[in-house]
Ligand binder design. Structure first.
Ligand code: NAD
Ligand code: UGA
Length: 464
């Protein structure tokens, strides 16, 4: 079996950075080099001001960096020196051409494969860490087989299941590690080589070995199942609001059935993040491509329901504020797609803001981690209105009390713990009356807020 001494990871993002930092931490005998075309990102990984915010990450990086963990823009050298190469590049939804708006854009994966083929002079195990459509390994193998030197490649699928905000915990104690490969002697040896790395800290029973296609598909299926649970409970939240039921009580009641389980049943303003929507749309595209329209329609409904939930939340705000928010200040608490991350990709905040700005509201935002420029970039990316208009209608504050001052309503978008600890009386005193609070996460103490004087509306909480 190949003994791995040198690993290279292409892509120093939310997955490449933390996963490689943990491998380096747990396997001090292996040199791990993370490479990226983005020089600024690489430079940040070399400082204590890391490019991503993730609890516990800096400690792990500091333990291994300079010892056996390195960040570099020298991609060729990184590839050449490694026996195992992880591809951890982004695979966003295509914004052009065939499959636009649905299929995964595999441009960066293909470029990485071509680079590996171009510069490799020794045999390599190439590991798909990015989330990819089932059978992508076939294309990667085809590209790698075109190189002219006598270099042999094995392609493995090793999807990542970490969630942002809990990445280090998830990596230290994963529910499982999935490794798919060819069922040939060389393929099985490659699977074993990667298994040996994870076995440095993961119990062997938690390391699942499968065929290539099963592994690739399991990642898309896992995200689709998780997102489906959120859309299911969100669909019920709409019914709760009309009938007077309480969605948290319903979620608890159904989640105590061990066959259903309690996780991922928290109703919200809608799921965000870089992956759920992208991966489901990719699954939908694959089903259509393979002639399974009914299966495609089934999964697409998860995204349709999520869009409905975000829109419904914004429309509720407008309706409650006497059907007009024009010129009214609405304060959004939270912009990140979930707590404990600075990632805003596909955050519900973006779409709620867009709806409110369409109705000419003045939106003010506070988020403990998201930089101001990221918020404007998110809004400008939508191209609903000009950058100048976004700047005029959207105000970003470094202090939550300032953000809420003079507002007609507050909308809680992200479930940051600190929101619970605020002086809500002080916030109320400085707001326009009647003061509304729309809790998109059911995070706050609604009884206390009502006693202060807030008119509280919460996801999935009907009038009794
Ligand atoms: P990301 O955008 O944060 O990072 C990707 C990095 O790859 C970027 O820094 C980019 O510059 C770099 N890159 C792109 N093309 C390159 C090339 N040719 N050479 C060198 N570097 C290149 O993306 P991410 O969030 O880390 O996601 C990566 C993959 O992992 C995606 O397929 C995603 O679906 C999957 N995934 C993400 C998460 C998550 O929580 N973010 C979890 C599990 C799986
Ligand atoms: C998700 C999966 O949980 C990971 O296993 C997977 O690796 C990852 O996608 C990926 O492939 O990128 P992530 O998006 O980082 O991880 O975060 P989640 O905790 O899954 O939350 C996603 C969204 O759903 C957030 O907006 C969150 O607030 C929302 N959510 C989550 C709910 O609205 N209700 C819930 O009960 C749980």
């Amino acid at each position: 079996m190949t003994k791995i001494k040198n690993i290279c990871c292409i892509g120093a993002g939310y997955v490449g950075g933390p996963t490689m930092a943990v491998i380096a931490q747990k396997c001090p005998g292996i040199k791990v080099t993370v490479v990226d075309i983005n020089a600024e990102r690489i430079q940040q990984w070399q400082t204590d001001d890391l490019p991503i915010y993730e609890p516990g990450l800096l400690e792990v990086v500091k333990e291994a960096r300079g010892r056996n963990l390195f960040f570099s823009t020298d991609i060729d050298k990184g590839i050449r020196e490694a026996e195992m190469i992880f591809m951890s590049v982004n695979t966003p939804t295509k914004t052009y051409g065939v499959g636009k708006g649905r299929a995964a854009d595999l441009k960066f994966v293909e470029l990485s494969a071509r680079k590996i083929a171009e510069v490799s002079t020794t045999d390599k195990i190439v590991v798909e860490k990015s989330t990819l459509p089932v059978r992508t390994a076939q294309s990667i193998k085809a590209i790698l087989s075109e190189q002219t030197r006598d270099v042999k490649f094995q392609v493995l699928s090793n999807p990542e299941f970490l969630a942002e905000g809990t990445a280090i915990n998830d990596l230290h104690a994963p529910d499982r590690v999935l490794i798919g490969g060819d069922q040939t002697p060389e393929g099985l040896a490659a699977i074993d080589a990667l298994t040996e790395i994870y076995a440095c800290w993961v119990h062997p029973e938690k390391i699942i070995q499968t065929r290539l296609w099963s592994s690739e598909l399991s990642k898309l299926a896992a995200n689709a199942f998780l997102a489906q649970r959120i859309s299911s409970i969100n669909s019920i939240s709409a019914l709760c609001e009309i009938t007077g039921a309480d969605v948290d009580e319903v979620a608890y009641a159904i989640g105590t059935d061990t066959r259903i389980g309690p996780k991922f049943l928290k109703a919200s303003v809608g799921f965000g993040g870089s992956c759920f929507q992208k991966d489901i749309l990719n699954l939908v595209y694959l089903c259509e491509y393979f002639g399974l329209p009914e299966v495609a329609a089934y999964w697409e409904q998860v995204v349709v329901m999520n869009d409905y939930q975000k829109r419904r939340f914004a429309q509720n705000i407008i309706q409650e504020l006497f059907n007009t928010v024009s010129g009214k200040k609405i304060c959004l608490l939270g912009w990140a797609f979930k707590k404990d991350t600075n990632d805003t990709r596909e955050s519900a905040a973006i779409y709620v803001t867009d709806h409110l700005l369409n109705d000419l509201a003045q939106v003010s935002v506070y988020d403990p981690q998201v930089p101001t420029r990221a918020m404007y970039a998110d809004m400008n990316y939508l191209q609903t209105r000009s950058a100048a208009e976004n700047e005029q209608l959207l105000d970003v504050h470094k202090d939550p009390y300032e953000a809420a001052k003079g507002a007609h309503a507050i909308a809680v978008i992200t479930e940051w713990d600190e929101f619970r600890t605020y002086d809500w009386q002080r916030i109320y005193d400085n707001m326009e009356k009647p003061a509304f609070l729309f809790d998109g996460r059911n995070l706050l103490d609604h009884k206390m807020l009502r006693e202060i004087g807030f008119r509280v509306k919460a996801i999935g909480k009907g009038e009794e």
